[in-house]
Ligand binder design. Structure first.
Ligand SMILES: Cc1cc2nc3c(=O)[nH]c(=O)nc-3n(C[C@H](O)[C@H](O)[C@H](O)COP(=O)(O)OP(=O)(O)OC[C@H]3O[C@@H](n4cnc5c(N)ncnc54)[C@H](O)[C@@H]3O)c2cc1C
Ligand code: SF4
Length: 549
């Protein structure tokens, strides 16, 4: 076991941790702060990771920064829920609004590889209509990218991440076969299937970013169920074990435990580099282009924190929309008890899915949702029982004794963008001396109607599958998006279709914050596809003389 990854940076002195071999290192090209690198990328997650890899593979000099640690999964990840909270972004954040968002493990990670190190690996495509939801479906905002182009990048992302999925996916246009076969489903997944069939809904094995057969140095999934606290086998295809090793091999440098506090802009409205805190002091890395990929709270926070006399409201905020249109996805659930032994924690948490997006259904809301089978680990489950059902002491112990018979369905639902759901800066300071974000969130009437619809359907489905004692977890939300939306003009958005700031042309945003709408399925594959597209767009614009390198 090497030194504590939370205390000492690992990406230093020309080497980086070899995540595939215990104790080994790989060479990594390192730059001086005074070198003016082609690209600095802030954040190495679902968006930043692939972008750094592709830019390096195109031959650009790139330094990626992450405030989190560079973990070695084979050595650092324990089969222990409580010890693994180190993966989450738990820095202070203030929340308000009618429905304040639960922070911490529920929504963002802090690690090289970003939130993908602890995400649940569900890898889904947006449907074509969702990119034109305003024009075609009458709500939200259109995306300035064509769904066909996005689908080409989904193909690449699915190959890069070796997604294991079903032979055919029942919803949306035809797509190529998934690169790896679907996983055998567990008993919790079978309950979803029984319930869906009883209600006449299609269901399918969930496309997952965990291996169903070995790949390079990684073995196939052994169904140990610790995916959301860090997979210690490397079966999970997070950015940490896919794009980041590719990036380093191609010549990128990754700086771990490096918190970026400010993007510097000169008198010609050009970003010149970033100020970052590492090893106990502040430094400045020069760059020709700066790309922010810190996710939907840290991205606007950094750009707001980088205000100058010329840009007093923050960088890339001439529209006044930076920090606005924050979206979560509704994540309500119905749980119950089966007569049969289920052992729902065995395997990835969501092994089967049904997308429920019936346009001809008599719905009284815009948008839609999917739901998936569940498999929380015991500590998480006891937390859900105490907060959701107010169970404590003996009552909680009694309920926990039925753990192996529990089942549940959880939705991922599309909540609509609202100008009033937003990230701003508070007066409080964090451990780096930076203003702490203040996050305000209130559900819209449409959101409430969608949640009510989903809860009824999920409960009917579980009861049709013979599940007893059903109860509803009504408050949960997850998956952030919005706050630096992409759009068609400088007035309606923060970045253009290439994820490039309208105001500062060598500043870019490449993460979930550019989403104009959040869709009715999990977002990561779309963030990754968009990042792959952004890298290609940058190269094209550079060749056309529109990007300065
Ligand atoms: C428990 C859980 C389960 C999930 N499961 C799924 C799932 O199954 N499928 C799915 O599609 N999505 C899932 N998600 C959501 C998914 O993980 C995120 O939507 C996605 O990773 C966001 O990508 P991103 O690139 O925007 O940000 P991230 O992946 O979060 O990466 C941002 C990175 O930037 C770093 N950073 C931020 N600010 C700074 C700064 N100022 N300086 C230096 N570094 C900084 C952070 O440390 C972080 O590592 C899940 C999320 C959670 C919390
Ligand atoms: S179930 Fe598979 S992906 Fe999840 S932690 Fe275990 S081996 Fe890793």
């Amino acid at each position: 076991m090497s030194a504590d990854p939370m205390a000492t940076p690992r990406g230093i002195n020309g080497q980086a941790p070899d995540v595939f071999h215990r104790g080994r290192w790989i060479p990594m090209q390192c730059h001086r702060d005074t070198d003016e690198v082609d690209f600095v990328v802030v954040g190495t997650g679902a968006g930043g990771g692939p972008l750094i890899a592709r830019l390096a593979e195109m031959g650009y000099s790139v330094v990626g920064f992450d405030a989190g640690a560079w973990f070695r999964p084979l050595e650092d990840f324990a089969s222990d829920e409580t010890s693994q909270s180190q993966l989450f972004w738990t820095d202070n954040r203030l929340v308000t609004g009618d429905n304040p968002i639960a922070m911490g493990k529920n929504n963002s990670g802090k690690a090289v590889g970003g939130s993908t190190v602890h995400y649940a690996m569900v890898s889904l495509r947006f449907r074509p209509d969702w990119f034109l939801s305003r024009t075609k479906l009458g709500y939200g905002a259109d995306w300035p990218v064509d769904w066909r182009e996005m689908w080409r990048y989904y193909d690449i992302a699915e190959r890069d991440l070796a997604i294991s999925g079903p032979l055919t996916y029942p919803w949306g246009p035809r797509r190529p076969r998934y690169p790896y076969r679907a996983h055998e489903i567990n008993a919790a997944g079978e309950v979803l299937a029984r319930g869906a069939e009883a209600m006449g809904y299609d269901w399918v094995e969930t496309p997952l970013a965990t291996l169903s057969a070995p790949r390079h140095h990684a073995p196939s999934c052994v169904y140990r169920g610790f995916c959301r606290v860090g997979c210690s086998t490397n079966a999970k295809q997070s950015q940490l074990v896919t794009y980041i090793p590719r990036a380093v091999k191609a010549g990128a440098e990754i700086r771990d435990l490096a918190m970026v506090g400010r993007v510097e802009v000169d008198a010609r409205d050009r970003a010149t580099g970033v100020h970052y805190f590492r090893n106990g002091s502040w430094h400045f890395q020069r760059a020709k282009n700066v790309i922010v990929a810190g996710y939907a709270i840290e991205t606007p926070r950094l750009l707001l924190n980088s205000a100058t006399p010329r840009f007093p409201d923050g960088l890339s905020n001439s529209s006044g929309l930076l920090g606005r249109y924050l979206m979560v996805q509704s994540n309500q659930a119905v749980f119950g008890v089966s007569d049969e032994m289920i052992r729902w924690n065995k395997g990835p948490p969501s092994m089967t899915i049904t997308e429920h997006w019936n346009y001809d259904d008599k719905k009284d809301f815009f948008g839609g949702y999917c739901w998936m089978s569940q498999g929380p680990l015991p500590v998480e489950w006891s937390g859900a029982l105490s907060s959701g059902r107010n169970l404590w002491g003996q009552a909680l112990r009694d309920e926990m004794s039925r753990y192996n018979h529990q089942v549940g369905l959880k939705m991922v639902g599309e909540m609509l963008p609202s100008l009033d759901n937003l990230v701003t800066l508070s007066a409080e300071r964090d451990q780096y001396g930076l203003p702490v974000p203040l996050i305000s969130y209130s559900w819209l009437e449409n959101d409430k109607r969608m949640i009510a619809h989903a809860l009824d359907k999920m409960q009917q489905s579980l009861e049709s599958a013979g599940i007893a004692d059903c109860w509803r977890q009504e408050n949960d939300t997850n998956h952030l998006a919005g706050t630096a939306r992409m759009g068609f003009s400088q007035q309606d958005s923060v970045v253009d279709a290439d994820c490039r700031s309208w105001d500062i042309r060598n500043l870019w945003v490449c993460d979930g914050s550019v989403f104009p709408t959040t869709g009715g399925v999990n977002p990561s594959l779309t963030i990754t596809a968009l990042a792959l597209r952004t890298a290609d767009r940058i190269q094209t614009l550079h060749r056309q003389g529109q990007v300065t390198i």
